[in-house]
Structure formats: C-alpha cells, structure tokens
Design a protein around this ligand. Structure first.
Ligand code: NDP
Length: 288
C-alpha cells in the first residue's frame, strides 16, 4: 500500500513547536518579524506571500508584505531593501520571485543581508550547505530543508540511497543536491540536457522532480519493483486551472513506496522551513 507523504501531520507537529518557541521569544522581548517584498501583481506570488504571512501570524510572528509597483525604479527598490537590512526590528526578509524584467538581472542572493536571509540564498548561506558546515548562524534554503524534514519525519532513509533530482535551479535542485549529499545519499542532478533520463530514474531509490511541467514524471520513469519514493516539488497549473505537481499522481501512485501529493506535500514544508529560519534569525539576535 503506497504511503502518501501528506505534510499536514509534520506541519502540525512543527507548528506546535514554533508557537511555543515564538512565545518564549516574545517573553524575552523579541517578536520575530518578517518582511516579504512583493513586486507587481503576479497572482501566484500574491497567493504564496499571503500564505507565508498567514503562517507567520499563526505561530505568533509578525509579517508585513511590502507591496511594490511592477514599475518600481531600480534605485528605490535597492533603497527599500537597504532600509530593511538596517532595520533592527526586522529579523528576516525575503524577496518573492519572480521579479519583473527590469529587476531580473539582480542577484537576489546578494541583496538581503546574510543574517536576515531566511530564504537561504545568500552566498555565505549557500556555501555553508555546500561545505556541510551549517550552524545556527546560517540558513538553509527553505524547499530543500523542507524536503529533508519531510523525509526524516516519515522515517525514509536517506543515507546510502541513490537519489535522482530533476531540475538544477539555485532555489531547489542545486542546494538539495548538496543537502542530500551531506546526508550521505548518492545524488545525480539532472536537467533538460540530461540524456536517457529514464535510465537514471529507473535505477534510483528516491526521485525528486523540480521541473515545472505538469505530468512530466509518469510510470515510464519508474521501476515498480524498487519501492521508490517520489518527491514532487512542482507547483504548476493544469488545463483546468488547478494546482498540480510535476508527477502524474494517478498513474504513478500504485507503483511506488511513497509519494508526496500536490497540493499538501512539499509546498507547506517550504513555509514551515521559512518560519523555522525566521525564528532562528530572531534567536540569533537574542544571543548577540
Ligand atoms: P526552474 O524553472 O528554475 O528550473 C527548471 C529545471 O527543470 C531546470 O533545471 C531545467 O533544466 C529542468 N527541466 C526543464 N525541462 C526539462 C526536461 N524536459 N527534462 C529534464 N529537466 C528539465 O525551476 P524551479 O526550481 O524554480 O521550479 C521548479 C518547479 O518547482 C516549478 O513548478 C515551481 O513552481 C516549483 N517550486 C515549488 C516550490 C515549493 O515550495 N513546492 C518552491 C520552488 C519551486 P535546464 O536547467 O537545463 O533548463
């Protein structure tokens, strides 16, 4: 019987812990405070930022969405981030992607101060993952961190396992490659130029898909005898306008050991990881 890796029990457990940690911080005079920078009116970005704000408030943290015009001047945009970086009241800041064309050349990882970079995109935070030297002063990218938590909380072995990640973005594939390697998995990172992708996915124990194409992974990518684990990172919109992942869930679900659903799998874990990073940033301030 396939295990559906629904994130809600894990989220419930971590939410309880985060609420209690947040309460303690507030008793010590610090309310964790996140600023989310949102440029323009991309409907998906509006949903994601609202969900992040709601979750922060649920655990007792403060969160403001800084909504900026689609046409905001570059210098003004940089000035706003500079102010947030220097605002002692703010513990974390994230810039919702994608940015409009005239800002898309900016390296987002370099904009937010390292100690407020709760998205884990700053070069020093990425390097800590690359070098397997993470500490409380470093933040791990939220989606990769959430995937590891989901696997661990469901007692899915990582060490020694063969993992294929499809998708090599800086926010999912590459940091996840490092994190899984740090957890002693043997990882193959694939992309659009990978030849014979099916040969690779058929040989592995865990498949992670972060491609952005609905129904990309179907039964032809699997080896049903291998009891594979499928992690679907995709957040796409299907032809009916509904949220769907990269995996053809109905075709695959009876052929694998376990699989994350979309919605209700990796997405909520990303928000939980963001809140964990925010509380860590606030705690770091307390111990200064
Ligand atoms: P990007 O669009 O940045 O990258 C997509 C990756 O998929 C690229 O590496 C690309 O290869 C690869 N790819 C595209 N087509 C193929 C193909 N035919 N075969 C193999 N590889 C292919 O993706 P993101 O990482 O930003 O996002 C991926 C998905 O994950 C999206 O649906 C996004 O919405 C979702 N997402 C979900 C999150 C969550 O919290 N659940 C968080 C972040 C993203 P190449 O590099 O060669 O172009």
């Amino acid at each position: 019987m396939t295990q559906i890796l629904n994130s809600s029990p894990v989220k419930k457990k971590i939410t309880k812990e985060l609420k209690s940690e947040c309460k303690k911080l507030i008793e010590n005079g610090i309310q964790p405070y996140l600023k989310v920078i949102l440029v323009g009116n991309n409907p998906a970005s509006l949903v994601y930022t609202t969900n992040k704000k709601k979750y922060c408030e649920k655990i007792g943290a403060k969160c403001d969405i800084v909504s900026l015009s689609e046409n905001i001047d570059l210098n003004l945009f940089l000035e706003i981030i500079y102010e947030i970086n220097h605002d002692d009241q703010v513990h974390g800041c994230i810039i919702q992607l994608p940015l409009p064309k005239h800002l898309s050349h900016l390296d987002v990882g370099q904009l937010v101060a390292e100690n407020k970079d709760v998205d884990g995109f700053h070069p020093n935070n990425l390097y800590s993952v690359l070098s397997n030297q993470t500490s409380q002063n470093h933040f791990i990218s939220c989606t990769p961190k959430g995937i590891i938590t989901l696997l661990q909380e469901n007692f899915i072995e990582i060490s020694g396992k063969r993992v294929v990640i499809v998708g090599r973005s800086m926010i999912v594939g590459k940091p996840l490659f490092c994190l899984l390697t740090n957890h002693d998995a043997t990882v193959t990172l694939c992309h659009s130029k990978t030849e014979n992708l099916r040969e690779l996915t058929k040989q592995c124990d865990i498949i992670v898909s972060a491609v952005g194409i609905p129904n990309f992974i179907d039964e032809t990518y699997l080896s049903p005898k291998k009891n594979q684990v499928i992690i679907d990172v995709g957040m796409n919109v299907d032809t009916a306008g509904l949220l769907c992942g990269d995996v053809d869930f109905d075709k695959v679900k009876d052929l694998v050991h376990s699989i994350t659903p979309v919605p209700g799998g990796v997405g909520p874990m990303t928000i939980v990881s963001l809140a964990q990073n925010l509380l860590q940033a606030a705690k770091n301030k307390l111990s200064l």
